[in-house]
Design a binder for this molecule. Structure first.
Ligand SMILES: [Zn+2]
Ligand SMILES: [Zn+2]
Length: 271
């Protein structure tokens, strides 16, 4: 499945696709430093204890280095061709950020923020920070995938950044089928138990209920009858970058919400 084919079948996603493409293009132009690859042996004990990489002082990844890149991206977004309301919100955000920039710090779940910074539009701020963060971390995420022993994680939060999963993917063929969880923030994919709810303690043979959706390229909604948490799940392989991108399946979030289900990962589209 290609991006264009997907948009032709889901024309209502076009405005989201346009904004996404504009922000990606601006982020590609912004100067984003690249995180150094940590010394894995220094981090190994924390990994076994369940500490995500970005939360480990032994991995020493300094997110404070992203502040300039975040501000630079916001500046790029303050002018057209971004839709006018969004460009105006970026102007407000830029002014707010400059106001608190005197006191930079790193806080809250390893995401760079500024002391007592509570922007008018936190969803927009998060979206911009994530666009920068994913570029900063990309080589680390690849190297971490190569180093990590998945059997020693199997946790319900991202081994890289600690975020709850935004989506899941089923890979391989039975009897060896695996479920992977996908982070909406840093794009790490990690292995999880095949059955059980990643959001609550309903484990073991407990199976999630499924909302199958016709003609959605293998996408479906898995949800837990105990906690009502849901995961959009891609039952397929080969189109991961499109099908696990989160924005490409925002219509499934609406279906889930209309059924009274809860999304437990932060959504970029709170903005
Ligand atoms: Zn992550
Ligand atoms: Zn649950």
């Amino acid at each position: 499945m290609t991006r264009d084919g997907w948009l032709a079948a889901h024309p209502y996603l076009q405005p989201v696709a346009d904004v996404h493409a504009l922000v990606e293009a601006a982020a590609a132009e912004a100067f984003v430093p690249v995180a150094p690859i940590p010394n894995w042996e220094d981090y190994a004990d924390d990994f076994r204890a369940g500490v995500p990489l970005l939360h480990s002082s032994n991995a020493a990844i300094d997110l404070g280095r992203l502040e300039d890149a975040v501000l630079s991206l916001i500046q790029k977004l303050t002018s057209p061709p971004l839709p006018r309301t969004l460009a105006e919100q970026c102007q407000i955000l830029e002014a707010e950020l400059r106001g608190v920039r005197a006191a930079p710090s790193v806080a809250e779940a390893g995401v760079p923020t500024w002391d007592s910074f509570s922007p008018t539009n936190p969803g927009l701020f998060r979206y911009v920070v994530w666009a920068v963060l994913v570029r900063f971390l990309s080589p680390v995420v690849s190297a971490f995938d190569g180093w990590r022993n998945e059997e020693h994680w199997l946790r319900n939060y991202c081994p890289t950044c600690g975020e709850a999963p935004a989506m899941a993917q089923l890979v391989g063929k039975d009897p060896g089928r695996l479920r992977k969880l996908s982070c909406g923030r840093c794009k790490t994919r990690w292995r999880y138990r095949r059955t059980g709810c990643p959001f609550c303690d309903a484990q073991d043979e407990h199976r999630l209920a499924v909302v199958a959706i016709e003609g959605e390229g293998g996408l479906r909604i898995d949800y837990c009858e105990t906690c009502r948490g849901y995961l959009k799940t891609y039952d397929g392989e080969g189109s991961e970058s499109l099908m696990l991108a989160d924005w490409t399946s925002i219509h499934l979030d609406l279906i889930a919400r209309n059924r009274g289900l809860k999304r437990l990962a932060a959504s970029l589209y709170d903005l």
